[in-house]
Design a protein around this ligand. Structure first.
Ligand code: GDP
Length: 442
């Protein structure tokens, strides 16, 4: 089970609750806690997270627009964004001279691949990156860097082959000189990693750091390594220091733990995410997008946001009650249409509901102009006609058609459909109980 599945299970149990009791909140918090721990999120991070969610959920952030489940989703989402770093952190470029980006991390984390990805991405932003091969430990690393450099169309600075083990610090220095001479505005320095953290590795990385004085040191972290992520990140923070994190292999079955732990525990932002072996599988890391990916309900969050701005639960309940009591008038209908229209195109709104993917064809048929035309017809009626469509005789219908720029047939169709819909709604409400309907006195 993924973190998303577990979390949406938690939210499903909240659905249909009118109000959250402290016991509900405790139970929900417990479930979220288990979900996070199973996803390998570090314990201290889980504790901070749960405390924040509980406090806010108990803090009676009463919303007139959201039901309790939606409120909890909203709180969890906002706390996820916060724990992932809040704002997107952009690369800092040097004011003068080339910007130096040093990559550090364990062997196999994806540093060399990342160098190629960064080069391609930087070129897309109009930069002229140079890749410098300072991983002289792994036999193939230099060749591999040349390959990705070529794929990205970037120059690679590497020591001549056959020169023995070589001195990575000297190569790094020479790389910077080369960049200055050839006017490369960004230098990406690839360094060696080990399978595990060791003192020699740290010392070498620190020596390269001192030689090139990087503007950014990026710690490259394999998102699949689970609980080990934290110890590794802390070792690099203390041994080399870094200004940002790149998460790799987010395409694998990573459970999200590394992403959620690393920022909170190291204090440094996640800046990029790598999601595949191809150079293009790479992007700037956006905490909000990652959070909604973890929640597995990106569109639901957008809907919640828009509903918060435009809808009121009380009003919706009043309308439902009117429907149930067969008291819903064309005037109410007009009000509902106008409220929904404020939220944007109808097809877009429906498309955000869970399961909308299967109704793509039907959604493509939704035309907002139909709704606007319907609204225009109702607007051409007198208040009395809206409340009591029975009085709509032929001459009134003709007047309404003229006033709204439609035909009598269209007016007839609206009145007829409205009558049928109203009948259907009230009989459904009678049989099943309409959500929000008050017990009627029938
Ligand atoms: P380095 O030792 O840190 O330089 O790691 P490499 O760049 O050689 O990457 C190690 C392996 O991970 C290679 O087989 C890469 O193709 C693979 N790799 C790197 N990044 C990703 C990623 O984002 N997703 C996947 N699936 N594989 C990746």
């Amino acid at each position: 089970e993924t973190l998303s599945d577990r979390l949406s299970g938690v939210f499903t149990t909240l659905r249909g609750k009118g109000r959250l009791s402290p016991a509900d909140i405790d139970a929900t918090a417990r479930e979220i806690r288990i979900a996070l721990l199973e996803a390998d999120v570090a314990l201290p991070v889980v504790r901070t997270f749960i405390a924040a969610v509980k406090q806010r959920a108990n803090g009676a952030e009463i919303s007139k627009a959201l039901n309790p489940a939606q409120q909890v989703i909203k709180i969890v989402n906002e706390e996820l964004v916060a724990i992932l770093g809040g704002e997107t952190r952009r690369l800092r470029f040097a004011k003068t001279g080339p910007t130096v980006i040093m990559l550090a991390g364990l062997q196999g984390a994806g540093k060399t691949t990342l160098a190629g990805k960064l080069a391609l991405w930087l070129k897309g932003q109009g930069h002229t990156p140079l890749l410098v091969a300072c991983d002289l430990q792994r036999p193939n690393a230099v060749t591999q860097l040349k390959v990705v450099g070529e794929q990205a169309g970037a120059t690679v600075f590497a020591p001549e082959p056959g020169n023995g083990v070589g001195d990575p610090v000297a190569v790094a220095r020479a790389g910077i000189d080369f960049a200055l001479e050839k006017h490369h505005d960004v230098v990406v320095v690839d360094t060696a990693g080990r399978l595990g953290v060791d003192a020699e590795l740290m010392a070498q990385a620190a020596a390269i750091r001192d030689a090139v004085d990087p503007d950014e040191t990026l710690f490259v972290l394999d998102a699949m390594i689970g609980q080990d992520a934290v110890a590794t990140a802390e070792a690099f923070r203390d041994g080399v220091g870094f200004t940002g994190v790149v998460l790799t292999k987010l395409d694998g079955d990573a459970r999200g733990g590394a992403a959620l732990s690393v920022r909170e525990l190291t204090g440094q932002p996640i800046m990029f995410a790598s999601t595949g072996e191809k150079l293009a599988d790479f992007d700037v890391f956006h905490p909000d997008r990652m959070a909604s990916r973890i929640l597995g309900m990106g569109d639901m969050l957008t809907l919640i946001e828009q509903a918060e701005q435009h809808l009121e639960v009380e009003e919706a309940e009043e309308m439902a009650a009117k429907l149930a009591a067969n008291e819903f008038t064309l005037e109410d209908f007009l009000g509902q249409m106008q409220m929904i229209r404020k939220m944007g195109p109808i097809g877009g709104l429906l498309g955000m509901l869970p399961g909308a993917g299967q109704m793509k064809d039907a959604l493509a048929q939704v035309d907002d102009r139909d709704i606007d035309r319907t609204a225009a017809i109702i607007q051409s009626m007198t208040p009395e006609e809206r409340r009591n469509p029975a009085i709509l005789n032929a001459s009134r219908r003709k007047r309404i058609a003229n006033g709204s720029g439609s035909t009598v047939t269209q007016v007839n169709a609206l009145v007829e459909r409205f009558g049928e819909a109203r009948k259907m709604m009230s009989s459904m409400a009678g049989r099943f109980g309409f959500p929000g309907s008050r017990p009627s006195n029938r």
